[in-house]
Design a protein. Structure first.
Length: 207
């Protein structure tokens, strides 16, 4: 049933794209002032991942260590940043395997996160059915006002079921990862309900 749900949802999005919706991924970066204004909610949910996702090699840390990683909450001037957890990926942190991945049970259409110290060696790749669909490179196509601050970055108009984080120099610091799943169209819900009803009737007849 999960595979049928994913197929129906993916088909609906593909139809929408072929009907004239934007096919290129869009990137928006909240201003430093807007990102700072979100701090109350961001610090409370910093390492809460979307439901239905499996993570690999995303390491939770807190505070900052020179030459290794810097807390995005320190960059935003949070007074108690030392105790707020976030994720880090990449060398030279001991035992911090690179890259890290997020794998979703169903297709997603948007992705957002708090991105600390956006650097050129921070690379974010999106895959759908193991096919690369989009790459976001820090300070290249994700270009903030300054590299030393942290920004809330949103990427939309994209279809993916896996995200890969890579950093080949210093750490890739992120938190507050959020995604939007592809909605199942009304027709798909009716079909799923009908299939479920048929399965129920079949079981009753065999009892």
């Amino acid at each position: 049933m999960k595979s049928l749900t994913k197929y129906l949802a993916s088909g609906a999005l593909a139809l929408a794209l072929s009907a004239g919706a934007a096919t290129a991924a869009t990137i928006s970066i909240a201003s430093l002032a807007d990102t700072t204004a979100m701090l109350g909610s961001l610090s409370a949910t910093s390492v809460v991942l979307p439901s239905g996702v499996t993570s690999s090699n995303l390491k939770k840390v807190s505070n900052s260590i020179g030459g290794q990683f810097r807390s995005p909450f320190e960059a935003l001037g949070v007074g108690n940043y030392e105790s707020i957890e976030y994720f880090t990926v990449g060398s030279p942190v001991p035992n911090n395997i690179n890259p890290a991945t997020l794998t979703f049970g169903k297709d997603q259409t948007s992705f957002s996160m708090l991105w600390g110290s956006i650097d050129t060696w921070n690379v974010l790749q999106f895959f759908n059915n193991n096919v690369l669909t989009f790459t976001a490179t820090g300070n290249v196509n994700v270009n903030p006002a300054t590299q030393i601050d942290a920004y809330f970055v949103s990427i939309g108009s994209i279809l993916f079921d896996k995200v890969v984080f890579t950093s080949n120099t210093a750490a890739f610091e992120v938190s507050n990862i959020q995604t939007t799943p592809v909605p199942v169209p009304a027709a798909g819900l009716l079909l799923i309900g009908a299939l479920g009803g048929l399965a129920f009737l079949r079981r009753r007849r065999t009892v």
